[in-house]
Design a protein. Structure first.
Length: 134
């Protein structure tokens, strides 16, 4: 059995939990006049914003669950979608500095997703325990 690095477990569960919380919070806030006003100021049409938001949450949840199962494509899906989201955010946000914390968090997560132990875990190679190697 492949041994999952603790960092992957932590990242995956953070993605899952935060995805669920964001899904609930986003759904509740959609009827908030302030939210509608902020969304209306974006150059991206509101229906497209809804699609991007829910697609992003779905990517986050699916990536987290698949990472727990050792699916290599999950980390690439998360990284690619996050880069797309950050690029769109920088291109459309009037407050570019507000995106900096998201970039820092993304870089930290990406660092741990591609460390040697994570690469080994996602490679599908079986990891031998000390008892098996004797």
């Amino acid at each position: 059995m492949k041994e999952r690095p603790t960092s992957i477990t932590v990242i995956a569960w953070i993605l899952i939990v935060m995805g669920v919380i964001a899904l609930i919070a986003s759904s509740i806030s959609l009827n908030n006049p302030m939210t509608k006003d902020i969304m209306g100021r974006s150059p991206i049409p509101i229906p497209v914003q809804y699609v991007m938001m829910y697609a992003g949450l779905l990517v986050q949840l699916v990536s987290g669950i698949a990472m727990l199962k050792g699916q290599n494509w999950a980390r690439f899906l998360y990284v690619i979608w996050s880069i797309i989201g950050l690029v769109v955010g920088f291109a459309t946000s009037p407050m570019k500095t507000a995106i900096i914390p998201s970039v820092v968090i993304f870089l930290i997560i990406a660092f741990f997703l591609f460390r040697p132990a994570a690469n080994e875990y996602f490679s599908g190679a079986e990891v031998k325990s000390d008892a098996e190697s004797n």
